[in-house]
Ligand binder design. Structure first.
Ligand SMILES: C[S@@+](CC[C@H](N)C(=O)[O-])C[C@H]1O[C@@H](n2cnc3c(N)ncnc32)[C@H](O)[C@@H]1O
Length: 264
């Protein structure tokens, strides 16, 4: 997967020594504290440094925290977040693909997918993701996704740019639209370092509206809700989708089918 190089350049978001990441941690903690939810085990998916998992573990006083990310290198950083949060849950760090979740983790009460991560999953992978998550949550389990509506932003607010400055500083990162795969429904985007214009990463990204995520989620969970920023009122947290009460039988069937499914 192409993420290693890309995420090496976006540390100020994720690492405890950066002020911006600390503010994000505090916002996420406040958001979870405001939820009327109890959970003794928390599963942080695509966890990065575990910023959201640590915040959720603190907010819910969870005794167990599991992190899954395909990039192993960031996972250990969660110990720093847990130190900042002053909590010490039983910790499990899993370097692996969240699309194979039932093979990687056991049952949990609550899962989080934080930090605008859904573009990494094409429509078929989104089905694998949701069915996998619903398969590993207990009957009353919750799944929280922090995600903005990119179709609303890109299409109707005209925020899509085929050339975007992603980061400025000693090294500037720009990204360029380099194509669209109609079968996967993903944009191919190249990332370049300036000066020099050296290609740093190439990614396939899927822009989504939140309604279609709510609809996919509703196949695998009995409850699906959207909390907008004006509804939750926590600055620094975007829209959050909340799914509850997994339909485990359906999820298990679809998960197995989609694991062996090949795209048209
Ligand atoms: C936008 S970052 C979010 C990180 C973290 N949740 C946060 O809020 O800071 C997305 C993360 O997803 C991970 N990732 C992407 N696809 C993955 C997959 N299929 N399985 C596991 N991790 C994945 C990347 O390595 C990266 O750490």
């Amino acid at each position: 997967m192409p993420f290693e190089e890309y995420y090496r350049y976006f540390r100020q978001w994720m690492e405890p020594e950066h002020e911006r990441a600390r503010r994000r941690f505090e916002s996420t903690l406040l958001f979870f504290k405001n939820q009327k939810v109890s959970a003794s085990s928390v599963l942080d998916l695509c966890a990065g440094t575990g910023i959201a998992g640590a915040a959720a573990a603190k907010a819910f006083s969870a005794s167990k925290l599991t992190l899954v990310d395909v990039r192993k290198e960031d996972l250990e950083k969660v110990r720093e977040w847990l130190g900042i949060a002053e909590v010490n849950p039983e910790l499990r760090l899993v370097a692996g693909d969240v699309l194979q979740l039932p093979e990687l983790v056991e049952e949990h009460d609550l899962a989080v997918l934080w930090g605008h991560t859904m573009p990494h999953f094409d429509p078929f992978d989104a089905v694998r993701l949701f069915s996998g998550v619903a398969s590993v949550l207990d009957e009353g389990g919750y799944f929280f996704i922090e995600e903005p509506d990119r179709i609303g932003r890109f299409l109707y607010n005209r925020m899509y740019r085929d050339f975007t400055v992603e980061r400025t500083g000693a090294e500037t990162i720009v990204s360029i639209h380099e194509g669209y795969d109609v079968r996967k429904g993903v944009e191919r985007r190249g990332y370049y370092i300036l000066p020099g214009f050296k290609k740093m990463a190439e990614m396939e990204l899927r822009a989504r509206d939140l309604a279609s995520l709510l609809a996919i989620g509703r196949i695998f969970f009995r409850d699906a809700n959207l909390i907008t920023p004006s509804e939750h009122g926590v600055s620094g947290v975007s829209e959050v989708l909340v799914f509850r009460r997994p339909k485990r039988r359906i999820a298990g069937e679809v998960y197995s089918e989609f694991q062996s499914f090949t795209r048209v």
